[in-house]
Write a protein that binds this ligand. Structure first.
Ligand code: WQD
Length: 343
């Protein structure tokens, strides 16, 4: 059974491709490599022992996406292709509205245009959403019925696409749609062959800590230690990318087997502070991670972690891996690929 992965050469997409092969699916990667690297395809072949088909192009090219759908007739589509840097989205909102909302509209229109054609499977979509749609939560842990809001254009695009999917499903109930709200994906495949490959200086905590451990930066700036948290630093629900990939497989299987649309949090249900991550990374790497306390980062919230009960009940899925495993796998990837996929 073919599964089309838009943005499938990216961080979450590539790990999901491996998990899909292991679950007996045939993933097809659709990517323009605007935020990923062609070298990923060879790494995927090494891990899976099979050549994963690549459709190189832009999800915004609707007629081309239609041709890809007609050629591969996927039983499901996972929409990863989007830009995801919060800070960049504030500086370049139009780029984010164009790529993230325009890209989703293009994909959905291509799926709608081909859905009624002979031998096309029922439209089945998994959407890569984000806990960022919860804005600054009034309390933690967060359940799926919490109010949504946006504090930056990136989060706004995720919220808008979620609303588009709700309206589409109301108009066309035959669509099977899973909206997955990721918390903080970190780590890498245990082979160390694929992992997170930030384009330049990482905005996110884990890749930055890994680069401090390997000596690319002198120290980590801890954005605030005066939050109302146990040690004063920000608390987040870090989830291993392997658990996240497994969540996508479980979501697809649930859509295909039960046929009902749903929205779930994909998190561990546990929060860890910045300083806990620093200590875990020092244990995993055996390297010091020096840090300095810096001013709070605008837009950051104090605490954000999931209540994953619905995903566990609906999908039979639960995150398994610990923070120490996340750090050990992130470190193995960092050590083996100091410049990511670039030579
Ligand atoms: C985590 C914690 C920072 C860097 C963002 C997006 C979210 C998702 C994941 C796309 C916070 C602190 C960080 C640093 C630090 N992205 N920190 N020094 O902000 O929770 O979520 O990335 O889907 O949508 O909003 O993740 O890793 O940037 O920050 O102290 O150099 O680490 O203040 O408490 P965040 P993060």
């Amino acid at each position: 059974m073919n599964i089309l992965l838009t943005g499938g050469a990216g961080y979450i997409g590539s790990h999901t491709a491996v998990a899909l092969v292991e679950a007996g699916f045939r993933p097809i990667v659709l990517d323009n490599f605007s935020n990923s690297h062609p070298a990923v395809m060879e790494r995927l072949a090494r891990i899976t022992g099979t050549t994963i088909p690549l459709e190189r192009g832009d999800v915004l090219d609707t007629p081309w996406v239609e041709s890809v759908l007609r050629q591969h007739r996927p039983v499901g589509v996972v929409h990863f292709a989007a830009d995801k840097a919060v800070g960049e989205s504030v500086a370049q909102p139009l780029k984010y509205f164009h790529h993230n909302i325009g890209g989703a509209v293009s994909l959905l229109r291509a799926m709608e245009a081909t859905a009624s054609e002979a031998d096309m499977p029922a439209p089945t979509l998994v959407f890569s959403s984000s806990a960022t749609v919860y804005g600054d939560p009034a309390s933690v842990p967060i359940t799926e019925d919490f109010p949504r809001s946006h504090t930056n254009p990136y989060g706004h695009t995720k919220l808008v696409v979620e609303d588009m999917l709700t309206a589409l499903n109301a108009a066309q109930p035959n669509w099977r749609i899973a909206t997955l709200r990721y918390f903080n994906p970190v780590g890498a495949h245990p082979s160390g062959l694929i992992g997170e490959d930030p384009a330049d200086i990482p905005n996110n905590l884990m890749p930055y800590v890994a680069q401090v451990a390997i000596g690319r930066h002198e120290a980590l700036s801890v954005f605030g230690d005066d939050y109302p948290t146990p040690d004063g630093t920000g608390v987040r629900d870090y989830i291993h990318v392997q658990d996240l990939a497994a969540g996508h497989v479980a979501a697809l299987q649930t859509l295909l087997n039960k046929g009902k649309s749903f929205t779930v949090n994909l998190g561990t249900g546990r929060g860890h502070s910045v300083l806990e991550v620093v200590k875990a990374f020092e244990r995993a790497s055996g390297r010091p991670v020096p840090y300095r306390i810096a001013p709070r980062r605008p837009g950051d919230v104090a605490q954000c972690w999931a209540d994953p009960t619905r995903a566990e009940a609906l999908l039979g899925w639960k995150a398994q891996r610990t923070l120490d495993e996340m750090c050990a796998d992130a470190w193995r990837w960092q050590q083996g690929n100091p410049n990511g996929y670039r030579p």
